[in-house]
Design a protein around this ligand. Structure first.
Ligand code: HEC
Length: 175
């Protein structure tokens, strides 16, 4: 017997069910970059080291480049273009003097990682990101995806200044 109330209750149950599925999927607050839909990869902090670098000027940071297994294998073998599934994480911190270390050395020579600045991710998927050389990009601050779509347009615009034979990646593997 389908009364009006019965139908209403059934409808409400369906709405609640789909609402619950949406929340379980994390749909309402997906932590991905605009334009590319790149997320902060789980476990990226456990990836292996590709290399390190320092940027002076306004950035004044120290940074490490980490790669997932696919990336590390490709870097070690000199494989270009990088295969689909390659992921690179560029993790940066402010470069600050260490008073404690300097006291031990007896002169001001020590600089260490200070506060984190941001994490930049590049992901290779030749088909999905065909318009940007096969690379998708994301930038994360305190684990949250930066939602500035204009910022996302700058990533490949600059990386594209490299040769395609470098597959638009600046960093070389440090042995
Ligand atoms: C003005 C040029 C420029 C822009 C804009 C830029 N990058 Fe880069 N990117 C570089 C350079 C140069 C390096 C190497 C820097 C270093 O090692 O200190 C680099 C390195 C990287 C790396 C390490 C792998 C590699 O290619 O060497 C990642 C990941 C990365 N950038 C992601 C991004 C993302 C994401 C954005 C956009 C939010 C972005 N980049 C915007 C120039 C740029």
């Amino acid at each position: 017997m389908f009364t009006f109330y019965g139908r209403f209750a059934a409808g409400a149950a369906v709405v609640m069910l789909f609402g619950a599925i949406a929340i379980a999927d994390g749909l309402p607050e997906k932590n991905v970059s605009p334009v590319f839909g790149v997320e902060l990869p789980a476990g990226y902090r456990q990836w292996q080291v590709i290399s390190v670098a320092h940027e002076a000027g306004n950035l004044n940071d120290i940074r490490i480049n980490l790669g997932n297994d696919i990336a590390i294998k490709a870097f070690r073998n000199g494989q270009r273009p990088f295969p689909d599934g390659t992921m690179i994480a560029r993790v940066a911190w402010k470069l600050v003097p260490s008073a404690r270390n300097n006291a031990i050395f007896g002169r001001p020579q020590s600089f260490v990682a200070g506060d984190p600045t941001n994490v930049q991710i590049s992901v290779k998927n030749a088909r999905r990101y065909a318009a940007t050389g096969g690379w998708g990009y994301g930038q994360f601050e305190n684990g949250k995806a930066n939602q500035d779509a204009a910022l996302m347009q700058t990533c490949f615009a600059c990386h594209a200044k490299l040769l395609a034979s470098d597959d638009f990646v600046f960093t070389s593997y440090s042995r």
